[in-house]
Design a protein around this ligand. Structure first.
Ligand code: LMR
Length: 408
């Protein structure tokens, strides 16, 4: 007899399963376009030089110890992260209406935010874009939401945003529904609303009394400019919205496995902040008690050192320009080969991912036949493309669409 014999096998996590399969594959030209993690021109992971500098300084600082952090984490980290998000001159910061809480990367931030909204604000329904990052649903349902719905987002025919469908679905949402918005560099489509479209979205959210939750995993990483990538959130704040924003430092600092994030809260009522913080404290205390220090100390060290901050801004420009360059190269190569279809969306999209338009069968063919690892949805991580493999990736896409054209 075993207490565990009734446990059912769960489905694998596609993105991590691909990484494992890629590692086990001995085909010399294999390419990993699955997981969203930056790679250098040589296809290698990159520890940012400012991170190395900060780590050396921290290792040599004998005043630091391994005592517990407060439940809400490191104050200086959270306030610096919130300032980076909202901008130095943010009215919400000047009026003390915004604060941050250190979390376990973007996912941990989403989990804490969702549990807080479900328990303390009474939210029961959330809306996610169709499609979205595959973890949103699991995190929100685990956190206590009763129902997850989708708003239309991607128009497969035009390979762009379905703004009319998006707005219509928001108009039909029940009051108080939490709307998960991707702050910038939409995952998986790489397709963002324009500023005018964000204004339309904000208008409906206000009229229908919905609650905006921004997921910000790519600030600075998308365009190379921290302010530009925070435009949508800052616009909502300027329109008087209360909101929460879940920030990740995985991509823009390359701190994937340090699990460092921030939950930024903007309210219109400063008097409620102590109560909100006390409830966030209880949620975190009951979940993991308090956060680890390493990532928070690194980010805080860099954001509060003028010289390192400038260097870091250079690093994010290096990463974003490499991706933009690879988008151009991939499109050129595909067009040179007369690959069936229109490839303009590859350069129009922004950020780490591109939604290629390949269907499930074609995407699986890319993996099996060509050893080019990508998600079944047709999403590729642009970071995995390098000057050395771009030709091979393009040829593989071309062959796939020629062999399996009918469903394209
Ligand atoms: C991705 O979308 O590939 C990354 O954000 C990794 C993850 O956790 O899914």
């Amino acid at each position: 007899m075993s207490w565990f014999s009734e446990v059912q096998q769960g489905p694998p996590i596609e993105v991590f399963q691909l990484t494992k399969q890629f590692g086990e594959d001995d085909f010399p030209q294999k390419v990993n376009l699955g997981v969203g993690a930056y790679r250098t021109e040589e296809g290698k992971p990159w520890v940012l030089p400012v991170v190395r500098t900060a780590e050396k300084a921290l290792a040599n600082d004998d005043s630091l110890n391994k005592e517990y952090f407060p439940v809400l984490g490191m104050d200086l980290f959270a306030s610096s992260a919130t300032k980076m998000l909202l901008g130095e001159d943010s009215p919400a910061l000047a009026e003390n209406r915004a604060f941050g809480v250190q979390t376990l990367s973007g996912t941990g931030s989403l989990r804490v935010a969702a549990e807080f909204l479900a328990r303390q604000v009474g939210s029961t329904v959330f809306y996610q874009s169709k499609p979205t990052w595959e973890n949103h649903r699991l995190v929100f349902l685990n956190a206590g939401f009763k129902e997850g719905r989708e708003y239309r987002y991607w128009d497969a025919n035009k390979r762009g945003l379905d703004i009319e469908g998006f707005l219509e679905d928001l108009r039909n949402a029940p009051e108080g529904a939490v709307i998960i918005l991707h702050a910038v560099a939409h995952n998986p489509t790489g397709c963002d609303p324009t500023q005018e479209q964000w204004q339309q979205i904000a208008k409906v959210i206000k009229e229908k009394k919905l609650f905006p939750l921004f997921d910000s995993a790519y600030q600075g990483f998308a365009s190379g400019d921290l302010d530009k990538d925070a435009w949508a959130i800052r616009y909502f704040v300027s329109q008087g919205f209360e909101l929460v924003c879940t920030q990740s430092f995985a991509k823009n600092f390359g701190l994937y496995n340090e699990r460092i994030g921030n939950l930024a809260v903007v309210t219109n009522n400063t008097a409620c902040i102590p109560a909100v913080k006390s409830q966030l404290t209880l949620i975190i205390r009951g979940m993991y008690s308090n956060p680890p220090s390493h990532g928070a100390r690194i980010v805080s060290y860099v954001l509060n050192n003028k010289e390192l901050y400038e260097q870091w801004r250079d690093h994010i420009r290096v990463m974003s320009s490499r991706i933009i360059e690879m988008r151009k190269r991939l499109r050129e190569e595909l067009e040179k080969l007369n690959t069936p279809g229109d490839w303009s969306h590859i350069t129009q999209q922004i950020g780490m991912f591109s939604y290629t338009g390949l269907n499930q069968e074609q995407s699986m063919h890319m993996v099996k036949q060509h050893h080019v690892y990508m998600l079944k949805s047709g999403r590729i991580s642009m970071c995995g493309i390098t000057p050395n493999n771009v030709g091979y990736v393009a040829k593989s896409i071309c062959e796939t669409l020629t062999t399996l054209p009918s469903k394209y």
